[in-house]
Design a binder for this molecule. Structure first.
Ligand code: P6P
Length: 339
């Protein structure tokens, strides 16, 4: 007989408060940013779930409706986060994958001493085939004077993040975040509308099980990257072959590897010489989380969290996950990048 009674019910709000108590000097602003993000995640969850339904209803006009829904979903998620965050007095600016420039705090609202950078709905093209998608967020402190956040405040290396996390809208909705005291996962219980602690102190296995990479780019990779992928597959006779798992949704691939051990690789290639994924609101937040879980994140030569940003939507190659596999990538690929 399986006992379904939860051992202990810890809501994300209670967990955040307990984490805050570890820092008597804390003002509570960062905690409130996390609460507000959890609220936005619940609102986006609701819309993402419905989109699937409407999609079926809208199958007569598959192309238009689907296109609009995808665009609506991206825009809905973007607007939901902005509206949840812009009036709280905790932020002095935001940056979004959906917005070209800085998202300023309206003049009528107080500003605070943090900035939020986010990808509101990564992988939204997967919605119409019911593949998990995700929201990714990063929080950095204001380092300039004056009311408003500036580009200088936003362009800080990942090491300066004070919080980071993601929401995965999968078979369940989960929120995983860190404030530098470990990485913790919460699962949304839709019956009560609460995120409950389900994965405290996540640790990523040192050696991976999975390899997440889009092989179709192999002809565009340099020889060193192809050599690295052969080693991940055990074709060099020295390494245990990794199982291939590639969903094509960064948050879904990252989350599986975080819990089960593995490496997600999106190398630079001749079509995307800077890489595809974004440094500030995709690689940096996931790198903060994976390092807190005992893993690593690299661009092939430098740790992601040390890369100095030059622009808001800067792209980067990304090798992220279990320590052993990222270190192998740096050994094999790093020389090319450095020379
Ligand atoms: P490719 C989705 O479009 C995304 O930004 C990430 O979520 C995902 O990991 C990647 O692109 C997939 O890219 O080139 O393999 O289709």
């Amino acid at each position: 007989m399986v006992n379904h009674t939860p051992t202990s019910v810890v809501t994300i709000e209670r967990f955040i408060i307990e984490q805050e108590r570890l820092h008597p000097e804390a003002s509570g602003d960062l905690s409130n940013i996390l609460y507000d993000l959890a609220l936005a995640a619940k609102m986006i969850t609701n819309k993402v779930r419905n989109a699937g339904l409407v999609d079926i209803l809208g199958s007569a006009q598959t192309e238009n409706v689907q296109g609009e829904i995808q665009q609506k979903l991206d825009i809905f998620a973007n607007e939901t986060i902005i509206k949840a965050m812009d009036h709280t007095g905790r932020l002095c600016a935001m940056a979004s994958e959906e917005e070209e420039g800085i998202v300023a705090i309206p003049r009528e609202f107080k500003t605070g001493r943090y900035l939020l950078l986010f990808d509101p709905l990564d992988g939204s093209s997967n919605i119409d085939v019911n593949v998990p998608v995700g929201t990714i967020f990063s929080v950095v402190p204001k380092i300039t004077r004056g009311r408003d956040g500036t580009l200088e405040d936003l362009l800080q290396p990942g090491r300066r993040q004070v919080a980071a996390g993601y929401v995965i809208y999968g078979s369940a909705t989960m929120l995983v975040y860190t404030t530098g005291q470990g990485a913790h996962g919460f699962t949304l219980d839709p019956s009560i509308g609460e995120f409950l602690l389900s994965h405290p102190n996540i640790r990523i296995p040192e050696h991976g099980r999975y390899l997440s990479v889009n092989d179709s780019y192999a002809p565009l990779w340099c020889d060193e990257v192809r050599d690295l992928m052969r080693r991940y597959r055990g074709l060099d006779g020295d390494h245990q072959p990794l199982s291939i798992r590639y969903v094509g949704s960064l948050v879904a691939d990252f989350h599986r590897n975080l819990l089960g051990g593995g490496i997600f690789a999106y190398p630079r290639n001749s079509q995307t010489p800077e890489g595809k994924l974004r440094l500030l609101y995709e690689a940096n937040p996931l790198a903060f989380i994976v390092e807190q879980a005992g893993g690593l994140a690299s661009d092939g030569a430098n740790r992601i969290l040390d890369v100095p940003p030059a622009s808001l939507h800067q792209r980067t190659p990304l090798y992220i996950g279990s320590k052993a596999e990222v270190e192998l990538a740096e050994r094999i690929v790093g020389e090319t990048v450095r020379t």
